[in-house]
Write a protein that binds this ligand. Sequence first.
Ligand SMILES: Cc1ncc(COP(=O)(O)O)c(C=O)c1O
Length: 392
Amino acid sequence: MEPRFSARLTALQASPIRQILAVANRPHMISFAGGLPARECFPSFDLKVPPAVLQYGPTEGDDALRERLCEDLVQLGLPVTTDQIVILSGSQQGIDLVAKLFIDAGTCVASESPTYLAALQVFRFFGARFAPFTPADVENGNPFRERPAFAYVIPTFQNPTGYCYSDAERKALSRACDRETIPVFEDDPYRDLAYDPCDRRPVCAYLQKSPWIYQGSFSKTLAPGLRLGFLAASQMFVPHLVRLKQAADLHSNRLSQWLVLDALKHPDREARLAAIVEMYRRKRDTFDRVLHEYFSDLAHWEKPRGGLFFWLQLKVPIDTRLLLDSTLAHGVAFMPGEPFYVGSSPQPTATLRLAFTHASESEALSGLKILSAQLRRFRDEACVTNRALSHP
Ligand SMILES: Cc1ncc(COP(=O)(O)O)c(C=O)c1O
């Protein structure tokens, strides 16, 4: 007899990112697909592990790490104390916990569209409906078409667009949430990767009335394999989030917590971060130059001021999921734009996301050349088909 799975399982689609990454990791594939940090940026650790670290620990996370994070978050303007901080097994876990906290079948979630597709995947799994908004809606002062259970937002170097909200947009979003006391869930894994000056004060730091959850990650500036992130939240949410985490994994990996605390306290921390930022800035500038060489007639884009991604809006209305099949056959992987939009079966959006941090500069050069050649072929075929349709 076939096992009977939960009804919820039918809502869980395989992550397009994981599927593409599986192919992208093949030898000789040039990948712009995943938001992977450059391997050269990983720290080296001196491992003399205190035995206490190998014991079970508190669900909220180790006190010394929480205290240290609390100091940093207060500097950012968040009104927190250590007891409001919960260490996470990657900030992906924060998304899962927040979904469990708020979402039943049919619950409305306000979210940017496009947005981080693995968040959409989790929210959908728990039955969310979406009320999409864009930074332009925020600026107009009325981003929410209906009252959501919470607003999910990535204001700093957004995934996938790379967009960074201005101070005025941050204030406008906080005012819109405060007006109806809408809880804010701010996801901020890229904030330390800033290549140009820009506003980065958390939206949560501007809130006067709305409760909030703010989360960060050590994946992009230390190492994703550590699987460590953190959240800080309004007092009213903390006991629930801790109970949900306890049910999920008891606590996060204590060895990782110990390593991360060591890295945060290291006297070279600022210099290390500055070196990573400098290296990524160089990669971003090279990528932008190569894009201008090969894509000027094919796409529009903004040079991102931080984070890991270029977001291309193509000048021809093609489905980039189909383009991916042909570029993979030529050894280049990228992320089609469609899965980042909130619709469940998105129409072709003629958008694509390119991660610029993982590929070497020479891979960027040859990979973008191949990608542009395939795109040109698609464009020319689309023109022929359109001509044939208009002159049968
Ligand atoms: C916006 C956003 N949130 C959360 C995550 C998850 O990060 P991690 O679980 O590695 O901390 C990512 C990863 O790319 C992301 O882009």
